[in-house]
Design a protein around this ligand. Structure first.
Ligand code: 13P
Length: 254
């Protein structure tokens, strides 16, 4: 099965409204290869509506950075999947390491969100990845397996096929220290084996696994050359039109 590369920009807690709209419009107007790569932008939730309007009718999709797993209710400060769909989201990032690290998202909590998103027809981008201490202690495979098992528990094969996994080693996020292509490929291949052993080869070959962590315009291509790296979840380099487009073009050339 040929997997279509997928590049998503995680804008985190950056940009003002005008800058967010300008960035979205810039990406949408210059994105020239929608037949070869899927692209999404994930702005802060307060700008989802404005960015959604800005990219309407283009080939750039919209994604949230997080959601709460219940339907409407008294949960001050939270946003649910229905709301994300309502403003035009197709994707939602779940279990990002910053959520796990700073906001207490556990595998079990992420799992509830993943199941809720899938039920609504929102496609989750589920993040996994080890810290530097864990890598140094030789625990990478074990940590990633635990996150995979916990965050993606209870999914049917059909649901699993709709999930995008993002392997984001925590030590590579925002540090400028990207994983070596072969280092990342090893984890991506392990993740695909985990999917195959729980489901089957067909599901395993259909799930897209993005790499995230210091992906830049000048290092993206070498990552995408790896057979199991199907695109990228981009932080810093997605905050400017030109650098994000170069990464998109590198994925389109895969
Ligand atoms: P950077 O690309 O800024 O390292 O961030 C990666 C990331 O966390 C994307 O979700």
């Amino acid at each position: 099965m040929v997997r279509r590369p997928f590049v998503a920009g995680n804008w985190k807690m950056y940009k003002t409204r005008n800058d967010a709209v300008a960035l979205a419009k810039g990406v949408a107007s210059k994105f020239a290869t929608p037949d070869r790569v899927d692209v999404a932008v994930c702005p802060p939730s307060i700008y989802l509506d404005a960015v959604g309007q800005a990219i309407k009718g283009s080939s750039v999709a919209l994604g949230g950075q997080n959601m709460y797993h219940t339907t409407f209710g008294a949960f001050t400060g939270e946003v649910n999947g229905e709301m994300l769909l309502d403003v035009g989201c197709k994707y939602v990032i779940l279990g990002h390491s910053e959520r796990r690290q700073f906001f207490g998202d556990t595998d079990e909590f992420v799992n509830r969100k993943v199941l809720a998103a899938l039920k609504l027809g929102l496609l989750p981008i589920v993040c996994v990845g080890e810290t530097l201490d864990q890598r140094k202690a030789g625990q990478t495979a074990k940590v990633v397996q635990t996150q995979f098992d916990g965050s993606l528990a209870g999914l049917t094969a059909e649901q699993m096929s709709q999930v995008v996994i993002a392997y984001e080693p925590v030590w590579a996020i925002g540090t400028g220290v990207k994983a070596e292509p072969r280092q990342a490929e090893e984890v991506h291949a392990d993740l695909r084996k985990l999917i195959e052993s729980r489901y089957n080869a067909q599901v395993a070959s259909s799930v897209r696994i993005q790499y995230g962590g210091s992906v830049k315009a000048d290092n993206a291509a070498e990552m995408f050359q790896q057979p199991n790296i199907d695109g990228a979840l981009v932080g810093g380099a997605s905050l400017e039109v030109e650098s994000f487009l170069k990464i998109i073009e590198a994925a389109a050339a895969k």
